[in-house]
Ligand binder design. Structure first.
Ligand SMILES: O=C(CO)COP(=O)(O)O
Length: 247
């Protein structure tokens, strides 16, 4: 199939100069599987620090960016600014952005489209809440979130989808490999039916939500799981083992 395994770390709003320097040292030592694309989502103030400390084989990502290049948008960061710092990735649509900061499917789609147009690679996050899962809406929610993006972009080659069930984020309640695989397979079918067979076959779909060194290998063994987006464990040495889950 040829989809390169892609593991992201989402550091969220954590770290300081000291701890980020220590974490970068751990990542540098690895060793990290050279067949895996590694992306670490660093808080904005430390992007340049992380970039300066890490080898080029470890990609540094922002955790958010706005939908236009510049202007009167106090507090926002543009994709053009990230490119200027030689940051080539951005995480968009994280459930925390959606739930805490009120980001809509539409805004996220506009952000994805603009980030791609500016030459960034995007990890676009989707996923259902516990209430939505219990109401049998998992696929409907994931498809709706993905469709909003599909309506805004044509080229998916620089997009990685992160399926992150909200109920699994930061809770220690990982989706079982079967639960995750079921949604990943449904998403891949959605891409076949609604975008193209080529995009369906090539797009990487990461799983995120309480991924640890202990559960990553079973998840990674599933055919439609092409990597992870890791929160808490990405701040710890075990992130190295998660990157190497396929070994
Ligand atoms: O939100 C996440 C990654 O974006 C997942 O967080 P945890 O790995 O801490 O559950």
């Amino acid at each position: 199939m040829g989809r390169k395994f892609c593991v992201g770390g989402n550091w969220k709003m954590n770290g300081d100069k000291k701890s980020i320097t220590e974490l970068c040292d751990i990542l540098k030592k690895g060793p990290l599987d050279p067949n895996v694309e590694v992306v670490v989502g660093c808080p904005a103030p430390y992007l340049t620090l992380a970039k300066s400390l890490l080898p080029a084989t470890i990609n540094v990502s922002a955790q958010n960016a706005y939908k236009v290049a510049k202007g009167a948008f106090t507090g926002e960061i543009s994709p053009a600014m990230l490119k200027d710092l030689e940051i080539n990735w951005v995480i968009l649509g994280h459930s925390e952005r959606r739930a805490i900061f009120g980001e809509t499917d539409q805004l996220i789609a506009e952000k994805v489209a603009h980030a791609l147009a500016e030459g960034l690679k995007v990890i676009a996050c989707i996923g259902e809440t516990l209430q939505e899962r219990e109401a049998g809406q998992t696929e409907a929610v994931c498809f709706r979130q993905t469709k909003a993006i599909a309506d805004a972009i044509k080229d998916w080659s620089n997009v990685v989808i992160a399926y992150e069930p909200v109920w699994a984020i930061g809770t220690g309640k990982t989706a079982t490999p079967e639960q995750a695989q079921e949604v990943h397979a449904a998403l891949r079918k959605w891409f076949t039916d609604n975008v193209s067979a080529d995009v369906s076959a090539s797009i990487r779909i990461q799983y995120g939500g309480s991924v640890t060194a202990a559960n990553c290998k079973d998840l990674a063994a599933k055919p439609d799981i092409d990597g992870f987006l890791v929160g808490g464990a990405s701040l710890k040495p075990e992130f190295v083992q998660i990157v190497n889950a396929k070994q």
